[in-house]
Write a protein that binds this ligand. Structure first.
Ligand code: G6P
Length: 481
């Protein structure tokens, strides 16, 4: 009765994320079109959403443009507009120059600005409002990632009938680092609006729970937080648990078996001059990915003669990302400088040391690259999960190839047969690359087979089912409506 004047929407299931699966791009002539959005979140959620008839609430990637909801496949896309200013303050500022570096072990120094925080609050309110307007009575809403941490609490307040989940795709930092955030209480309270808060790794969940205890003083039993009553709002239980994310395994393995893609992978090797070894790195151009450390190690291997440009070629795909954020500009200078120095020193008329590609590619080309590569290099300094590592493993249908994988990526929790490495240790990184390059075939096959079994059994469908089942079961016990 309390919400008799609430306007309910039509959807029983809603995903909310900063980005929709598609980005609106406008070319020089002013023609606009849609393009798939970058990053792991969309990689994971697009196949999940394609199978449910729910709504996806998110930004469509262009500033100062209000679009009506539209249908794509069997889902409804609900665009949330951002002004030019909000792109700068909420997206580039608070999300990607405050939270992103803070949550990734302060690899780059986070900046704290009150104007950014104000915009973050304002935009989170807009997302919560758009979601509330689309949600049917009792609907399940699943909020995604660090850009929208205030949405769960705002939604719970506006719509106590909803079942609210949250998933954090990136790491949750240790208390000692999170403590720097001037708005740490508000962020934790925002997240606790969810009935279930999902993290990539158990350590992320326990970092979060430590922060809840320290900064809010709530009672915690195992992974359950007792959130006390607040005015009219009743007390409830919010839970924090790990749900490691994955990929659409079938989509990747199907592509890996397609004749034209296999042929394309051969062509890639031919175009490189058929070297004995092809190594591959695929990352958004982001300072968390450890691309500079990887290049340093590779350069030293060329210098000491462990590898030669005739025998080995490194393909480094660095897809453009957050290009107006200062740290990303600096990184691009640094990486392109390093590539230029190494190629300038070791290239011959015929061979090049590093094939550097500042592009993003469709998934078909990505799979061709995975098939072309003997060694995949994932050397992130910190990464929530890293889905490129899982995609490489899924694509290796013949169980050949080696994965060099950073201990600091969430994927290292499960892909134990990779050549695991601490990317800060340049000598360790060099020897990991050499180990991968010289892995005896039988040993390589044994390792890849175990990793493939792991990835094939845990695809993204299973991830979303596990989360949503836990969300619905737990919440049924909680509701005293
Ligand atoms: C990571 C984040 C996502 C983000 C993606 C791409 O995967 O977890 O939330 O969408 O990077 O970054 P962008 O800033 O382009 O959305």
């Amino acid at each position: 009765a309390a919400d008799s004047d609430t306007d309910y929407g039509d959807f029983d299931f809603i995903v909310v994320s900063n980005r929709l699966a598609v980005d609106r791009v406008t070319d020089d002539e002013g023609n606009s079109s849609w393009r798939r959005s970058p990053g792991g979140l969309v990689t994971a959620l697009a196949p999940v959403m394609a199978k449910t008839d729910g709504a996806w609430v998110g930004w469509h990637g262009a500033p100062d443009e209000a679009l009506d909801p539209f249908d794509e496949g069997n889902m409804r896309l609900v665009p949330v507009p951002l002004s030019e200013d909000e792109v700068e303050l909420y997206y580039e500022g608070f999300s990607n120059a405050t939270l992103w570096p803070l949550y990734h072990d302060v690899i780059a120094p986070p900046e704290f600005h009150r104007t950014w925080w104000d915009a973050y609050r304002r935009v989170n309110e807009r997302f919560a409002k758009a979601t509330a307007a689309s949600a049917a009575h009792g609907a399940t809403v699943w909020v995604q990632d660090y850009q929208l941490q205030l949405v769960p609490k705002l939604l719970r307040k506006a719509r106590p009938d909803l079942v609210i989940g949250f998933f954090n795709h990136i790491p949750f930092p240790p208390l000692e680092i999170f403590a720097q955030l001037p708005w740490r209480r508000q962020v934790i309270e925002g997240l606790l609006g969810a009935d279930l808060i999902g993290f990539q790794r158990p350590s992320d969940a326990s970092n979060f729970l430590r922060c809840v205890r320290r900064f809010l003083g709530h009672t915690i039993r195992q992974q359950q937080v007792q959130v006390p009553a607040d005015g009219d709002a009743p007390a409830y239980v919010s839970r924090a648990e790990a749900f490691p994310i994955s990929i659409d395994v079938n989509a990747i393995t199907e592509l890996a078996k397609r004749q034209d893609i296999i042929e394309r992978s051969r062509e890639i090797r031919r175009e490189l001059g058929n070297p004995k070894h092809v190594l591959l790195g695929v990352d958004r151009l982001d300072y968390t990915k450890g691309i500079g450390h990887r290049l340093k190690a590779y350069g030293e291997l060329l210098e000491d003669g462990s590898i030669t440009v005739e025998d080995a070629a490194l393909i480094q795909v660095a897809s453009p990302s957050r290009e107006r954020v200062e740290q990303y500009r600096l990184l691009r200078e640094e990486i392109e400088g390093a590539v230029g120095r190494i190629n300038g020193t070791y290239d011959t008329m015929k061979n090049t040391a590093i094939r550097y590609l500042h592009h993003s590619y469709p998934v078909e080309e990505m799979v061709a690259l995975y098939l072309a590569a003997d060694v995949m290099l994932v050397t992130a300094l910190r990464d929530g999960m890293n889905l490129v590592a899982k995609e490489y493993v899924a694509a290796r249908t013949e169980n050949r190839g080696a994965l060099v994988l950073s201990e600091f990526a969430g994927a290292a929790d499960t892909l134990r047969q990779a050549v695991l490495v601490n990317p800060h240790d340049i000598d360790g990184l060099k020897s990991a690359m050499v180990t991968a390059l010289n892995m005896p075939p039988a040993e390589g096959i044994r390792r890849m087979r175990i990793m493939r079994r792991q990835v094939l059994q845990n695809d993204v469908e299973r991830w979303s089912q596990a989360f949503l089942t836990a969300l619905r079961n737990g919440s049924a016990g909680n509701s005293d409506a």
